[in-house]
Design a protein around this ligand. Sequence first.
Ligand code: AMP
Length: 284
Amino acid sequence: MLIKNDAAGVQAWSLACRAAGLRIGFVPTMGALHGGHAALLRAARAECDRVIASVFVNPLQFGPGEDFAAYPRPFERDKALCAEAGVDLLYHGNPEDFYPPGFRTEVRVRELGETLCGRARPGHFEGVCTVVAKLLLRTFPHRAYFGQKDYQQAAIIRRMAADLDIPAAIAVLPTVREPDGLAMSSRNAYLGPAERAAAPCIFRGLSAALARFAAGERGAGALVGTCRSVIAAEPAAAIEYVAAADAESLREYAVEERIGGRAVLAAAVRFGPARLIDNVLLEP
Ligand code: AMP
């Protein structure tokens, strides 16, 4: 496995692969890799000739007071996991390489980035889009892999790639979970034992709402309320939001509305220092 940390080196390598007619799969991450990342790497390995993974904790997507400094960076472990997963090139980026002095450009996807997590994290999705656009232009993948766990992020990136004519297919893979339902996340490492025991309530709440949806309930307020009440029963959980939104536009449903087409039920919940997110699709 090659390891590179500069844009020019990564670009040259990717272009040479393309010139040789090889299909490139790309998995962008912030490291602290877990089973969710491993699933993306496995899919890329199965579907592409060359696999690039990136590990870069992107300062642009963290707000003031968020966990940029605390974010786990176990690079030696990540390296071993990538090698084991058959990664060909590991791109270990650093802020100087991504944002040299004079850097001024930001990528913003209007509206999609302003609902759900975008409300509580102003500037977050601009940071994500800017770094992902740069990564896609450095790695030139035929296919880039993202997780449904970050549903809004994946929807925004798909829109961005289409709007900017970036010729990469955006694949979105199902959320990988712990046996008790908790979505795998690098931020689960922040959970103390009591918080870890409480955290599966997010998926329990989402699942309870999904069961009502499957039984025919279409009221947005009823579905959101079902999910909220399950999560709120855990004293360690502080709900930031639970919302139903259109699966494409991400427009949030008002409580009195009925869910019309494909929708996503999404939640962000804090457990002490950890802000965790999860979602389920509501497909009629
Ligand atoms: P991150 O390192 O958290 O920025 O995530 C990198 C990629 O892995 C993103 O596309 C995430 O959506 C995806 N991912 C993170 N957690 C999971 C999970 N539990 N299941 C599937 N994909 C995930």
